[in-house]
Design a protein. Sequence first.
Length: 310
Amino acid sequence: MRESIKVFAPATVANVVCGFDILGFAVDAPGDEVIMRRKAEPGVVITKITGDDGRLPMEASKNTVSASVQDYLSYIERTDIGVEIELHKKMPIGSGLGSSSASTVAGLFAINTLLDEPLNRMQMVPFAMKGEELACGSGHADNVAPALLGGFVLIRSYKPLDLIKLPFPESLYCAIVFPEVDVPTRDARRMIRDKVLLKDAVIQWGNIAGLVTGLFMKDLDLIGRSMIDVLVEPVRSILIPDFYKLRDIAMGLGAISFGISGSGPSVFSFAKDKDTADKITLAIKKHLNALQIGCQTYVSPINGEGPRIL
């Protein structure tokens, strides 16, 4: 049995434009790292957090990583276990890239591996969802499920939880730009309408079905023309500087699609190859910098692996 472990868990893009709360995929970078060590006394403690500028709580019941590990140990009836956790934030908080999800998933994957995997990855998703509820007030799975399972995930149902891993074109690249502006997830969720017109719902259903079909058929054109959101994006795009200009830049450089990652402010494009994705991120960064807005950029294929031991 291991005494310590170091784990990486990936960032994720949730919603994927038209799939609000039901679609998400993992990327290779950025991500978070957790170091976990066994200790003699029972209980879960956080001993160190780096990369958060002091924003995250050290108290075990209030931090998503430790709180989800506590829930996990209680469920498997191993509250006799003691662990110390170091959390190393390697990705920006409040980026719309599943920052809390990556931390939580890294912690759960670490404890499950230390204990010789009493649960499979699918069984760990509900514990990660509890962490999301603690972080942003809503226990959705569109970040934690792909972070844990890897790849592209559809949440068909929440009650009961029904997750489906989807195929995807292996050549697909994701170009991500995080403009350094503040868009809290809770506030972004409050902006969304609680009632929608039937005609808008029909458009959205068609696009979600088209996107899923495009992924199965590995049809980049169908994926691109299906990635249109008439419900959430028109509201959330207000929070992102020059959103529609950024979209024009990306599409003009050959992007397959363009949209908001999670609740923003990060935006992402699908591209047919790495070279196109690189050009998109550079051009968007240049535009944002001209507006005096700093940003971070990432280019990655879809990560089919999920968390991994370092």
